[in-house]
Design a protein around this ligand. Structure first.
Ligand code: TRP
Ligand code: SF4
Length: 333
């Protein structure tokens, strides 16, 4: 039997190349080898955006459209929406009973999230009960399918460690070996930075979206930081100090492209504007098929909704099997 993989993403709206290269492209590769469950974590979004839910529905659709465009195949992987699998909420309750308070207080991302909330609301923020439970809810996501592996970024590894602790504790308390201790699965792709050299993020206005048109992509690329010491076109450039554009070349270009860019830059045979025009074309070439697929789904939202419903129903059937066992183990009525 195939090993099970579970992972998720909060519905933050249209996804950018950081999501694509850092997460989704990896999922696409995993779906052949593993039994995959990919969740749009709308409850997790609520932990910080409980009062800004106007865009929730569209955000969920946008995320799923980006996944499908990127090549997640609903015939291979199960795509579902977290809140359409209420068994996860039930499991969350059982897990919350056995999770010591100081395990969740230790969570390193909690402080960051509190900070984000604080700057957003411009006042002393409080941490709500639901936000506090973020990592327990994530544990419930993973254990809802008794997954073996959880592909995540380095920032989420602490959560998977907690998942292992909680799984072990459940097994101990109820004298069972039912839950596996899932392993984080880090992917080894290099992170793509934003156009300004900082981490790529929606709120930093430095991202390129999967769904951006070729024109928008080309325009955005022209704003990418280059070698700051290079003033004139006939100054020799320093590719290794070219903060963004050359890094993008390494991600999107062939080895030959990179070598040629390096050579022409160092010998002042290529200006930065020209270099970025070529780079924009390169990125558009790589994204072409994905964007065509995305447009297809945008024009057929009913297909996307059907995929969500069918995937969620399938996930729910699996979840019900796990929860039946959990209820038995906890000895509920
Ligand atoms: N917490 C994850 C993030 O912010 C998203 C997530 C929710 C998740 N549930 C999950 C990741 C389950 C892995 C497994 O990126
Ligand atoms: Fe960067 Fe290209 Fe300019 Fe060289 S020519 S500094 S690689 S943008």
């Amino acid at each position: 039997m195939k090993q099970k993989i579970m992972s998720g993403m909060r519905p933050t709206g249209k996804l950018h190349l950081g999501h694509y290269l850092g997460v989704i492209d990896n999922w696409v590769k995993l779906q052949d080898e593993y039994d995959c469950y990919f969740s749009v974590a709308d409850w997790h979004a609520l932990t910080t955006k409980y009062d800004k839910t106007e865009t929730m529905k569209q955000d969920v659709l946008d995320v799923v459209m980006d996944w499908l465009a990127a090549g997640i195949n609903p015939n291979k992987a199960t795509i579902y929406v977290q809140s359409l699998v209420p068994e996860t909420a039930e499991l969350h309750i059982y897990l919350s009973m056995i999770t010591p308070q100081n395990w969740v207080e230790r969570d390193p991302t909690l402080k960051d999230m509190a900070k984000i909330l604080k700057t957003k609301e411009g006042m002393a923020s409080q941490i709500n009960y639901g936000l506090m439970g973020y990592p327990v809810l994530m544990t419930a996501d993973i254990l809802t399918f008794n997954a073996d592996l959880v592909p995540v970024g380095i920032d989420q590894v602490a959560h998977v460690e907690l998942t292992r602790d909680i799984a072990r504790r459940f097994n101990y308390v109820y004298n069972t070996d039912f839950f596996k201790e899932p392993q984080p699965k880090l992917n080894n792709c290099s992170l793509i930075c934003g156009l300004d050299g900082n981490k790529m993020g929606k709120s930093f206005n430095n991202d390129i979206k999967i769904s951006d048109s070729e024109e928008v992509t080309a325009k955005k690329i022209m704003t990418a930081i280059t070698d700051r010491s290079r003033i004139k076109k006939d100054d020799p450039g320093h590719p290794e100090e070219c903060e963004v554009a050359f890094k993008y070349w390494k991600i999107f270009g062939t080895e030959e492209d990179v070598a040629q860019t390096r050579c022409e830059c160092e010998n002042a045979q290529r200006g930065c504007a020209d270099c970025k025009r070529k780079l924009g074309a390169k990125i558009n070439e790589r994204m072409k098929e994905i964007r065509e697929r995305r447009r297809y789904y945008e024009e057929h939202p009913e297909i996307v909704k059907q995929i969500i419903e069918e995937g969620s129903a399938k996930a729910r059937t699996e979840a019900q099997k796990i929860l039946a066992e959990v209820r038995k183990l906890v000895r509920m009525y």
